[in-house]
Ligand binder design. Sequence first.
Ligand SMILES: Cc1cc2nc3c(=O)[nH]c(=O)nc-3n(C[C@H](O)[C@H](O)[C@H](O)COP(=O)(O)OP(=O)(O)OC[C@H]3O[C@@H](n4cnc5c(N)ncnc54)[C@H](O)[C@@H]3O)c2cc1C
Length: 277
Amino acid sequence: MNIFTPSNIKELFEIRAKHSNAVLLAGGTDLLAQWHNNKSHPQKVISLSGIKNLSFVKEEKNYVEIGALTTHSVIAADRTIKKLLPVLSYAASTIGAPAIRNMGTIGGNIANASPAADLPPALLIYDASLILASQSGNRELKLSEFFRGYKLTALSDNEFIYSVRIPLPPADIYSEFFKIGTRRAQSIAKVSFAGLIKKDKKGIETIRLAAGSVAPVPIRLYETERFLQGRILTRSVISSACDIMLKYLKPISDVRSTEEYRKFALKNLLTRFLNKA
Ligand SMILES: Cc1cc2nc3c(=O)[nH]c(=O)nc-3n(C[C@H](O)[C@H](O)[C@H](O)COP(=O)(O)OP(=O)(O)OC[C@H]3O[C@@H](n4cnc5c(N)ncnc54)[C@H](O)[C@@H]3O)c2cc1C
């Protein structure tokens, strides 16, 4: 196996131009597990870990930007993220166990495109975008448009995720992330849920809902959001919101859980969120 170790982005582009079939390696927590399970190994690997300026948290006027190589431990502990994006901070703290959080990165969590990944639901309710970089320049793409199908993304062959840009959420919101796994640590979600809500006297002013492990990709629950928009939260509204959410979902049954359990659990998570809001 050839392993390339660029120390800056220019070198990364040069290597990729010559070795278009090389696989990018960040923390390796997904890739090494996949290689181990498939018992097949790529011939060429480009490690991103030597590119120091890919790990950062920057607060700008209207958004927070997080470099793709930033680890889950850093995201969970960072004061700016804790204060401005608490759901993201908490979601990062629920990933795996300390060793996985110290190695796993936000870029890898997104690019791996697992329906069960924990950061995407949190990022979806914050309406995050990705900065995708290639030799011909950068483009910004909403995370909601990045996932194209099971383990499929909008990344083109010569692109990589440079950073995640998260607009500052409105003031006075209530937000939550819930994850149901087999146990508290080292457990991939059977179901996850993230919600953000802002209410005024007339009803719900802003609502964003997202879920993981209930579809081929992490999703925004747009139909449920549309139903709830402008309404006052009563028992019957919450019950109808759950019915609408389940009408549009067809989770799979797999080794981790069944379709029925996933629907049951997600309904409870939405109800819990709306009751607390
Ligand atoms: C024991 C264990 C427990 C786990 N628990 C959880 C959990 O609770 N929640 C959870 O969400 N995940 C969990 N994971 C999965 C994994 O740790 C995370 O998804 C992690 O964030 C992956 O990041 P990485 O840097 O290790 O990615 P890598 O393994 O290095 O890469 C993953 C994929 O992303 C690509 N990639 C990486 N960085 C970039 C980039 N910047 N641009 C483009 N492509 C890129 C790689 O080519 C590869 O295809 C667990 C894994 C293990 C082994």
